[in-house]
Write a new protein. Structure first.
Length: 469
């Protein structure tokens, strides 16, 4: 080690920090990678790579080479000692199943083109490496421009998930408030919340391109919930929607491609303004093209594993920062219980999905949102279209919306963009009910219940239909 140059040490330290902040947490005590593994991989890499590779411009190449060596050794099952060939550094540290898990995370890191280095918190490594991310290309893997797309895509997805998670945490603190109390709370929060009060995830420090807009972006989402809660109060008491509510909807409309617009359309449908709801839905469908990346902050979307859509990353490479957060992402649609009169009746079941002791079988993260109605944007778009076009007597469009809803769930190109699969499937089954196909709907509910027996509104729908039958 005393013979190593500075670039070798940079590579070694980077490997150790990846090990500490990403690899071993992923393994979750299911075996672990150690410093001796990193050091040995560095020894072999220094021997096998030509000296011209050991420069700052090729640091990413060298890190990748070391990771690839370790991954190859997980396949062979033998991690060679640098001096004594008979010694296997996997012995006593990683069995075959643990090596397979290690191989998975190494593959994820490599396929992200080391974008995950930006999430290393220790010593601000992520921030410092991102300073050079647009000038470094990985040799013999992808052109410089394509690598830029990949890294920016991963960072954008990760940043949006962090933001959605932060919003969920803030909203989780409002569960016990009445609708009136929630309106007052959100109004005060929007108008008085200083930036430093937002507890930002440590990894967001690395997302330099997103730092300047986080506060305003979260406030727009809060205005969405303020508008929906206030509108729910108006609908509950049969009074006109206040002008100020419309201004809140307008201020929040560009949170993303779909979520605020869909909540506005839902409110209009519940209010009985079918044509206005249809106009909003047509606008959402026009915006929600193949470039849009779905985002879920409910811990059902793993940003370290989810690959950004190819067309999404291509647009990011054009340098339009609006693409990062507003024009090309679609958040899940949240209806808090205080917004119940703006939510479609089928979603009321999602707010009380627990049966018997289901509450005791929720993770900490699930407790923060399972008392709400949460649905992915695209399936909700098509379900709203189905109801609206049905009530307007537009039968052809109604049937097309039903097919589109089904495709959003079963089509391979769209399915990976659905993170609340059980809710989307419940919407589809409800459509079949409205079509008079009760047996088909009940069959879907039964299959869904078997796949997810707890905390699933399908249980309530089964009881409802079997009681009727």
């Amino acid at each position: 080690m005393f013979s190593m140059h500075l670039i070798h040490m940079h590579c070694y330290v980077s490997l150790k920090l990846l090990k500490k902040d990403i690899i071993n947490p992923y393994l979750n005590k299911d075996g672990k990678l150690t410093s001796i593994h990193c050091k040995t991989a560095l020894f072999y890499a220094r021997e096998q790579l030509v000296s011209e590779m050991w420069t700052a411009d090729h640091l990413f190449d060298c890190i990748l080479y070391c990771l690839n060596l370790i991954r190859d050794w997980t396949i062979s099952g033998h991690f060679p000692h640098y001096i004594m060939d008979e010694v296997n550094f996997f012995d006593g540290k990683l069995n075959s199943e643990q090596r397979a898990r290690l191989r998975t995370i190494l593959t994820i890191i490599m396929e992200s083109h080391l974008a995950l280095l930006a999430f290393v918190k220790t010593n601000d490594l992520g921030v410092r490496l991102l300073n050079n991310v647009y000038t470094v290309a990985i040799r013999n893997m992808r052109p410089r421009r394509a690598m830029h797309q990949e890294i920016t895509g991963f960072l954008s997805v990760y940043g949006n998930v962090c933001l959605a998670t932060q919003l969920r945490i803030i909203l989780g603190e409002t569960a016990e408030k009445t609708p009136d109390e929630l309106c007052l709370y959100l109004h005060a929060l929007i108008n008085a919340m200083p930036f430093h009060q937002l507890h930002r995830h440590d990894s967001e420090q690395a997302l330099c391109r997103l730092d300047g807009v986080n506060r305003d972006y979260i406030i727009r989402h809060l205005k969405q919930h303020l508008a929906s809660t206030a509108a729910s109060i108006c609908l509950q008491h049969g009074i006109s929607i206040w002008n100020r509510i419309w201004s809140w909807y307008s201020a929040a409309i560009d949170t993303d491609v779909a979520s605020t617009r869909l909540k506005l359309a839902s409110m209009l449908y519940c209010k009985g303004d079918l044509q206005m709801a249809a106009n909003v839905l047509e606008d959402v469908e026009r915006r929600y093209d193949t470039t849009v990346q779905a985002i879920c902050g409910c811990c059902r979307m793993d940003p370290l594993v989810t690959k950004p859509r190819k067309v999404f990353t291509e647009l990011l490479n054009q340098g339009d920062t609006d693409v990062l957060m507003t024009n090309r992402v679609a958040y899940c649609v949240y209806f808090l219980r205080q917004e119940v009169f703006c939510a479609l009746p089928i979603l009321h079941f999602e707010m009380v999905r627990e049966v018997e002791d289901d509450n005791q079988h929720r993770t900490i993260n699930e407790r923060g949102w399972m008392n709400w109605a949460v649905v992915d944007a695209r399936p909700f778009l098509h379900y709203l279209q189905y109801l609206t076009f049905s009530d307007l007597g537009l039968i052809h469009k109604q049937i097309q919306a039903l097919y589109s809803l089904k495709d959003s769930i079963v089509d391979g190109q769209r399915q990976h963009q659905v993170f609340h699969f059980e809710t989307a499937t419940n919407l589809l089954a409800r459509c079949l009910e409205l079509e008079g196909r009760i047996d088909d709907a009940l069959g879907i509910y039964w299959v869904l219940q078997a796949a997810m027996p707890r905390n699933n509104a399908a249980n309530l729908h089964i009881r409802r239909l079997t009681n009727v039958l």
